[in-house]
Design a protein around this ligand. Structure first.
Ligand code: GLU
Length: 500
């Protein structure tokens, strides 16, 4: 049997990274077994539909490199999602089938009647179901004739699932084991709404069945719905085709107190969306490598049983199994996400990074060659957490120094030494800057000849070249900047720092 999984978001806004993790775990299972990964947009709740959300979901998955492997084909090997709103007629037919089999019923109650029902119980425990349904207006409580008349007159109705009393519903969850739910606790969920649209529960089950889904992998927040879903499979007589369930652990706030929400991004000052949404930067804009993000997300709730943390996607595919997913919530630690990105920067070759950097540099208005960028990457690699750091922290590789470290200037910059520094400029003109070691040797020899100390001269050079003491090794910097630029910067520093 081939594995078929789906990621089934509702287009109610941007995906948060919890959604990406759900998509990733589905993707990994499908890839591991040569199966199929489907994207299904669950857009039957028109009240919650958000313009642009579907496109966002598609683009986010694409950016992460976990695109669907089946769907509405574009003819270029890419697949668009299935959309429930385009399958509307189909759900109706299934809902009616359940009414016919007496597994579901029509309910005509108005919003006011429903409100009154709830008011009968001060604790608000009352739900529409086995304990209340006969007091309400539906095809179980009303005479057959009246039901027929109401339907013929086009009175608005919903279709509800009829839940039997005193049953124990068993959900076999691949992560949580057996979960038992008493049917007496369950309400008669609406399957079809008055507007003719199915609810999540009905459309989700019908589609999982028709799309031959073998594993339902989704967030823990859907566990309470699973009992209804099992009952729906039974009501349709589809038990044999029922997929296996796996409810993923919650992603928790950094302090472990509750589920990470979309609002936490702004609250804690880190991205929670893969791509920018409504003016808030996503992981992409902050500068994450999508591979590093996936690696980080894979470890939110899963590990391979060892201490290993860095996994290429191919390794994840190879090692992933639902049995190794934890039950308990996984805390979202942003510093850990940054650590992963830094590891990916270190892992990538200078050439690959330079290629990724090229468009970013161009966007900043820096016209530089790939070769130069490769050198800059080599220079700054240990200092960069994000790709943009090469351009931000290392801006002085692309434009003149904007500010000089005032404390160091005060300590090390001696006006009266200007003639000596001019002599240093002269020396630099004669050096072979292709080779950092020989440049170092020559400059140090010069320092000695002039009766100076290394600790007096190198900081001055460093400040002139980068404005800061934090930069890379000074002779490496000199080789990258080149002779003309080094001399120009020394002169600029004299002029600026020696001004009266
Ligand atoms: N539409 C649901 C969501 O927004 C799908 C849950 C499921 O995977 O069954 O997450």
């Amino acid at each position: 049997m081939s594995i078929r999984v789906r990621f089934a978001p509702s287009p109610t806004g941007a995906l948060h990274i919890g959604g990406i993790r759900t998509a990733l775990f589905n993707y990994l299972l499908a890839k591991k077994h040569g199966g199929t990964f489907i994207l299904r947009i669950e857009d039957t709740d028109q009240g919650r539909y958000v313009e642009g959300a579907e496109q966002y979901i598609v683009e986010a998955l694409k950016w992460c490199g976990i695109a669907p492997t089946e769907g509405i084909g574009f003819g270029d090997g890419a697949y668009g999602p299935y959309r429930q709103s385009e399958r509307k007629a189909l759900y109706q037919q299934y809902a009616l089938e359940l009414v016919e089999k007496s597994k579901a019923y029509y309910a005509f109650d108005t919003p006011e009647q429903l409100e009154n029902m709830r008011k009968t119980d001060p604790q608000n425990h009352v739900a529409y179901g086995m304990h209340t349904r006969l007091n309400m207006e539906n095809s179980l409580s009303l005479p057959k004739k009246e039901v027929a008349e109401r339907l013929a007159a086009g009175k608005p109705y919903v279709i509800r699932l009829k839940i039997k009393e005193h049953q124990t519903i068993k959900i076999n969850d691949l992560i949580r084991g057996e979960v038992l739910v008493a049917s007496n606790e369950l309400d008669d969920k609406v399957l079809m709404k008055a507007d003719g649209m199915p609810t999540y529960h009905l459309a989700n089950i019908v589609d999982d069945y028709l799309m031959k889904i073998t594993h339902v992998i989704r967030g823990e927040e859907w566990l309470p719905s699973a009992a209804h879903h099992v009952l729906l499979y039974k009501a349709f007589g589809w038990e044999k085709q029922m997929p296996q369930f796996a409810h993923l652990p919650l992603i928790l706030k950094p302090d472990g107190k509750g589920k990470l929400s979309k609002r936490d991004g702004l609250k804690f000052g880190f991205p929670v969306f893969p791509l920018a949404w409504e003016g808030v930067d996503g992981f992409k804009e902050v500068g994450f490598d999508p591979k590093a993000l996936l690696n980080f997300l894979a470890l939110l709730g899963w590990n391979d049983g060892t201490e290993k943390e860095i996994f290429a996607i191919e390794e994840l595919v190879d090692l992933f199994s639902l049995e190794k997913v934890n039950k308990s919530g996984a805390r979202f630690i942003y510093d850990k996400a940054k650590w992963f990105n830094q590891q990916y920067i270190m892992k990538n070759s200078n050439e690959i990074l330079a290629n990724q950097l090229l468009p970013l540099a161009a966007a900043k208005g820096y016209t530089v060659s790939l070769q130069y960028l490769t050198q800059v990457v080599g220079l700054m690699k240990e200092r960069a957490i994000f790709l943009n750091d090469f351009l931000n922290i290392g801006y002085y590789c692309f434009e003149p120094v904007k500010s000089y470290d005032a404390v160091m200037v005060l300590k090390k910059w001696k006006r009266e030494r200007r003639p000596i520094y001019e002599d240093l400029s002269q020396l630099i003109q004669t050096l072979d800057l292709q080779d950092a070691l020989s440049a170092e040797h020559d400059v140090k020899a010069w320092i000695q000849q002039n009766g100076l100390k290394v600790g007096e001269v190198l900081p001055v050079l460093r400040i002139a070249l980068a404005g800061t003491m934090q930069g890379p090794a000074v002779f490496d910097m000199m080789t990258v900047l080149g002779k003309a630029e080094v001399v120009k910067r020394l002169n600029a520093a004299y002029d600026y720092l020696d001004r009266p």
